[in-house]
Write a protein that binds this ligand. Structure first.
Ligand SMILES: [Zn+2]
Length: 266
């Protein structure tokens, strides 16, 4: 009898603590959101390349694996059984040319995967923006994945207030479905992921994004991505220059997660 109880306890413990499938069911994934890399003008949207490299070195020296966003997506969709225990994802928003000039050499040096969320209106057009040629070159390295960030980077809250319902509907269609089509034509790769400009989204936008063919969308709600969140409302952490080393490490270690359930929960 006693032996039976001990055996049951051993089985229970091994299921709880050593079964990788069980562990992966509750896995939280920190998805980091960067913007611009400028060696001389750090700011809220600007990180010096040296600071980025030191963050990356810390991650790699402390057992983290930088995984492609798409692998995280597959896991969150239930299409992938598990991920490395300390997985972290790097994303970069807005399509600044610094991704080509400063970020790419570091990415190539450490051979890490990075996802760029870009909006076509600025590409080959905006001041200090990436060009289509540079984007294609980055894609060719096999380390950069390029995904969508709407067409013109609007503030959907403001537009919704100013436009009539019918005009707003058309506007959203262009920003989501229209932008996806342009990116696919220009880059020749499928665009399935979306980052919400300013992290603004609501149920209507989520539905429209799904209708446009995006399979997952990301906010900046400052907590780890998890299967418990709706696919069009997966959170990321904004990484700004003022972030302390301690807080960056806490983000990677999963020590920041807010206890309350956010509006993004399923
Ligand atoms: Zn943006």
């Amino acid at each position: 009898m006693k032996a039976k109880i001990v055996y049951c306890l051993v089985v229970l413990f091994s299921v709880l603590f050593f079964n990788p499938t069980f562990a992966s069911d509750t896995m939280n994934i920190p998805i980091l959101c960067y913007h611009n890399f400028n060696p001389v003008k750090p700011g809220s949207m600007n990180l010096t390349p040296a600071k980025f490299e030191s963050q990356l070195q810390w991650l790699l020296n402390n057992g983290f694996t930088v995984i492609p966003l798409k692998e995280a997506v597959e896991y969150l969709q239930g299409k992938r059984e598990s991920l490395p225990a300390k997985s972290v994802v790097i994303t970069v928003d807005d399509g600044w040319q610094s991704a080509y000039v400063y970020l790419a050499p570091i990415v190539k040096k450490y051979k890490i995967p990075v996802t760029l969320f870009i909006y076509p209106e600025t590409i080959s057009h905006g001041k200090n923006a990436l060009t289509w040629e540079e984007l294609k070159e980055l894609q060719k390295t096999g380390l950069f994945d390029v995904e969508g960030h709407t067409y013109s980077h609007p503030n959907f809250k403001i537009e919704k207030r100013h436009l009539s319902a019918a005009v707003y509907q058309k506007f959203v269609e262009k920003e989501l479905a229209g932008s996806k089509k342009i990116l696919e034509e220009k880059l020749g790769t499928p665009i399935t992921l979306l980052a919400w400009p300013y992290g603004i989204y609501d149920k209507y936008l989520e539905d429209q994004a799904a209708k446009a063919g995006y399979t997952m969308a990301f906010s900046i709600d400052a907590r780890e991505a998890n299967k418990n969140f709706r696919p069009m409302a997966q959170p990321r952490f904004m990484i700004v220059d003022g972030l302390t080393v301690k807080r960056f490490q806490a983000i990677a270690n999963g020590a920041i997660t807010k206890s309350k359930i956010t509006s993004a929960a399923r």
